[in-house]
Design a protein around this ligand. Structure first.
Ligand code: EPU
Length: 354
């Protein structure tokens, strides 16, 4: 376990906010967590406690007065082999990855081993533990589709607990870890159920066309390569430009709210115009927040040190590297209010504000 006091967190958050925390702890095992949360040692660490992964989905709004914990548990191992049959009767390979493994390193490892599962999620910043908490998703796949179980330290009982994918109660960018059990479980590792048999999921947008045009055949590595190319053409590289990926969730609204949006669009662009949207079931419709934000004129907008990414308006950027949390929050509110005024829809941030 590594402990640092008055730690600068600029490199621990992809937005590049220049904030610090009173104490920063890197833990290496479930045993470390047990030691940290043991009654007598708990007092050694300033409160409150907060766990981060790659810091790629959060906005530090100020210096953090307590202890920030980060997993340095970094291993990937195969637990079962291709010939073993899973419950559904198909061949599966179970792979366990430590919570501190860089998510894209895991995707790369799977592609190198010819394993299908996370290839569409390639290139998403962050680490394995936070990916499972957040139910990361991209290009028609969510991590919940390949998670078998999440192994955690339970701060309430002080012991280890394994949560099945059902226990995780996954929803769109949501899980039990963000909801009813917030703060209770610290992810130690995640067990994935992958496949050595071809399982491509190419239906999202132009993914199939791009894979066919690439002409490299169909393999996890080939799909991964195409996904990385698509991502790089649309999303800023956090190593170059500070951001936390999608700042807002795509709103799921009643059909009556969608009708207002559609009327607006047909009035502006003509009756033939199709608003991008997806049926979310039970009379609800999911509308890309990117489209709503673009309609309000924000795409490519900059103001002081912050801006809205020119190729994907769902992403707020630290344009100069000098942005403050206040500037980001001011822009966030302006965007929310403008979308509310034009469409009557209230965008919810996807990024956690700390
Ligand atoms: N769109 C616009 N203008 C734009 C860009 C997009 O109108 O400039 C509209 C288009 O209609 C497009 C639609 O938005 O078809 C969807 O765009 P995109 O495929 O880029 O996906 P998204 O819904 O905006 C989500 C995730 C991303 C993920 C992509 C790809 C959320 C909040 N975001 O974005 O995840 O990479 O799908 O699957 O669900 C993240 O979570 O940080 C993230 C980047």
């Amino acid at each position: 376990m590594k402990i640092e006091y008055d730690k600068d967190l600029t490199r621990q958050n992809t937005f590049g906010m220049k904030v610090s925390c009173a104490c920063y702890v890197e833990f290496d095992s479930g045993q470390d967590l047990s030691d940290i949360y043991e009654e007598s040692s708990r007092r050694k660490f300033p409160q409150p406690f907060f766990h981060i992964g790659g810091g790629s989905n959060l906005l530090f709004t100020k210096d953090f007065p307590g202890t920030v914990f980060h997993s340095a548990i970094r291993f990937i191992k195969t637990l079962s082999h291709p010939d073993r049959k899973t419950d559904s009767g198909v061949s599966g390979v179970e792979v366990e990855a430590g919570s501190g493994v860089c998510w894209d390193d895991f995707c790369s490892w799977c592609a190198d081993h010819g394993l299908w599962g996370p290839e569409n999620l390639s290139g998403i910043p962050g680490e394995v533990g936070a990916a499972a908490v957040q139910n990361i998703g991209a290009y028609g796949v969510e991590i919940k589709d390949i998670v078998k179980e999440v192994r955690c330290f339970d701060v309430v009982t002080g012991g280890m607990r394994s949560l099945s994918v059902k226990d995780c109660r996954y929803g769109y960018r949501d899980s039990v870890f963000k909801d009813s059990a917030k703060g209770r479980y610290v992810v130690v590792s995640v067990v994935f159920r992958l496949s050595s048999e071809a399982r491509p999921r190419l239906e999202y947008g132009h993914v199939r066309k791009a894979v066919e045009e690439a002409g490299g055949g169909l393999s996890p590595a080939a799909v991964r390569k195409v996904i990385l190319e698509i991502r790089n053409s649309k999303l800023p590289d956090p190593a170059v430009m500070g951001s936390a990926g999608s700042f807002f969730k795509n709103p799921v609204v009643p059909k009556s709210s969608y009708d207002i949006v559609e009327n607006y669009a047909k009035g502006k662009y003509g009756q033939e115009y199709e608003v991008p949207h997806f049926d979310a079931g039970s009379g609800f419709v999911k509308i890309p927040a990117a489209w709503l934000i673009e309609q309000c004129g924000w795409k490519g907008y900059t103001e002081g040190n912050v801006g809205v990414y020119e190729k994907q308006p769902l992403v707020i950027i630290n344009a100069t590297g000098q942005a403050t949390p206040e500037e980001i929050i001011a822009l966030e509110y302006k965007i929310i209010i403008s979308v509310q005024n034009l469409f009557g829809i209230t965008l919810q941030p996807e990024v956690e504000h700390v």
